[in-house]
Design a protein around this ligand. Structure first.
Ligand code: FE2
Ligand code: FE2
Length: 303
């Protein structure tokens, strides 16, 4: 190894103090629940998908859709590992580290379950086929944005997005006509409810102490992430380039029509709009204002 490379290695910070006192009893409670409610995607019987009488183009559309879901669940893992690293090096109490470890394991099983649905329908795609998507997915998580926020503020912001994706997943659960897909959605939603609960605990505890600059930044970050990546085919197809919007929209419609746990593109914006309104109401007591997201907010007046 070259000496210059050695110099770039980060020294291991002092591991002490390793704290054992519970500082956040509500978080410790969530950690106990996480252990009791653990599940494995491998226990779900996906044979109903393999045996179903579905035309090849529907299988293809469903597999594409569930591959996309799998990539998005996976996107939570690099995010989570960065947070775990911060929690360890900042000597956060055990229940905070435990929650983040649980979060990573749970997002990984959401990923795995989504891969298995895609496989049951056809084949899991291990990367997007469209170039624009290859560019969008890596931008889903930008550490530079995270590092501008305090540790707990960043965790709370992430939870706001879990609330949004939870609303979308609820609609996709209701769309699902196959018991394996219903089961997978149900178990994922149960985990997500815990992630959202964690965010609420953190918000109550830390949002009242934020400076006005931090409050403004938080609102801006939510709007930026929504517009910059989530409306680009992830949560909805609204911001896709025309041609891709049409193609992805058609496939999603096909998957929704056959009850594969998808939503029609027209429904998505309405769901996001409702969820965004709810999020605005949740953060308003802390004087956090989420700026206008034209694709979503203006769609409201157009209806
Ligand atoms: Fe998830
Ligand atoms: Fe989650």
């Amino acid at each position: 190894m070259q000496p210059s490379l050695l110099e770039e290695l980060t020294p291991v910070p002092n591991p002490y103090p390793i704290r054992s006192e519970t500082e956040y009893p509500e978080v410790a409670h969530l950690c106990r629940q996480a252990r009791e409610l653990a599940w494995s995607p491998a226990d779900i019987d996906f044979s109903d998908l393999r045996d179903a009488d579905l035309p090849p183009e529907v299988r293809e559309a469903g597999a594409e859709w569930w591959s996309l879901r799998a990539w998005m669940e996976h996107g939570a893992i690099p995010y989570g590992t960065e947070r775990l690293r911060e929690a360890v090096f900042a000597h956060q109490p055990m229940e905070i580290k435990q929650h983040i470890v649980n979060f990573i394991a749970e997002e990984l099983r959401h990923h795995e379950a989504s891969v298995m649905v895609a496989q049951g329908l056809g084949a899991y795609q291990d990367e997007p086929r469209a170039d624009y998507f290859k560019a969008v997915i890596p931008r889903f998580h930008d550490e530079r944005d995270e590092k501008q926020m305090s540790f707990f503020a960043g965790l709370a912001v992430n939870t706001l997005f879990e609330q949004l994706s939870g609303e979308l997943l609820q609609a996709r659960y209701e769309n699902a006509r196959f018991s394996s897909i219903r089961k997978a959605c149900q178990l994922i939603l149960r985990d997500e409810a815990r992630h959202i609960q964690f965010g609420r605990i953190i918000m109550r505890r830390f949002f009242s102490e934020l400076s006005s600059d931090d409050r403004r930044m938080l609102g801006d970050k939510v709007a930026k992430k929504l517009r910059g990546s989530l409306l680009n085919g992830v949560y909805a197809v609204v911001n896709l380039p025309d041609e891709e919007r049409e193609r992805a929209g058609r496939n999603r419609t096909l998957a929704a029509e056959h009850g594969l746990g998808a939503t029609h593109p027209d429904e998505e914006i309405a769901i996001i709009r409702r969820a965004l309104e709810q999020i605005r109401a949740d953060v308003a007591p802390y004087d956090v204002e989420i700026p206008e997201v034209p694709e979503v907010d203006r769609a409201a007046t157009a209806h």
